[in-house]
Design a protein around this ligand. Structure first.
Ligand code: SAM
Length: 188
């Protein structure tokens, strides 16, 4: 996280708050997550240098950059084309070559490079996204906020040799995951 300057990912009007431990608006009703939560999710994911990671919810691209520092390849999906384009230009400018960004909904998975060693969902889902779980590789880890539109539990799922284990990592508050198997876009 020390290698990725959060100030590059926040809008100019929020620069003075870039290093505060708070989420910040990035436009389109979306947020760049609180650094503490980014750290917690990244720690739980335990991405390895040979891993291919799927991120659902590119947002500003901040967490994408952190994952790109740790893993072999990051595939990141964002439903807002303008956010994805802004993140793509910035990540290119910062020199990340192991990132592929796509526009669309990742709530039902993203088959282009499945299975994934690690999957990170950066928006709140009403339930454990079973199709994402299906595209998780053996010994893979999936981190996802699960709960209501207002508040969720951060859940870590691990696909071990004897099935899937589930662990709750504490309460979080994310914008909703919109799409198939998740929330509709009313009020988004
Ligand atoms: N990790 C991001 C960052 O560092 O800036 C913050 C992500 S923000 C909290 C959640 C993002 O998920 C939003 O940009 C939102 O548009 C996106 N999103 C919501 N539902 C989605 C879906 N089904 N597929 C892809 N992106 C989605």
């Amino acid at each position: 996280m020390r290698r990725v300057d959060r100030a590059r990912f926040v809008p100019p009007e929020s620069h003075d708050q870039a290093y505060d431990n708070i989420p910040l608006s990035i436009g389109y009703g979306q947020t760049i997550s609180q650094p503490l939560v980014v750290g917690l999710m990244t720690q739980a994911l335990q991405a390895q240098p040979s891993d291919r990671v799927l991120e659902v919810g590119t947002g500003s691209g901040y967490h994408t950059a952190i994952l790109a520092e740790l893993a072999a390849e990051v595939i990141s999906i964002e439903r807002h084309a303008r956010l994805s384009e802004r993140a793509r230009l910035l990540l290119e400018d910062l020199g990340y070559r192991n990132v592929r960004l796509f526009v669309g909904s990742g709530s039902g998975g993203w088959p282009v490079a499945a299975p994934y060693d690690r999957i990170l969902v950066t928006a709140g889902s009403p339930r454990i996204p079973v199709r994402l779980l299906a595209s998780l590789a053996k010994n893979g880890r999936l981190v996802v906020p699960v709960g209501t539109r207002q508040e969720q539990q951060l859940v870590l799922l691990e696909k071990g040799p004897h099935g899937v284990s589930e662990r709750s990592l504490g309460p979080v508050r994310f914008v909703p995951l919109i799409g198939e198997g998740a929330w509709n876009d009313q009020g988004d």
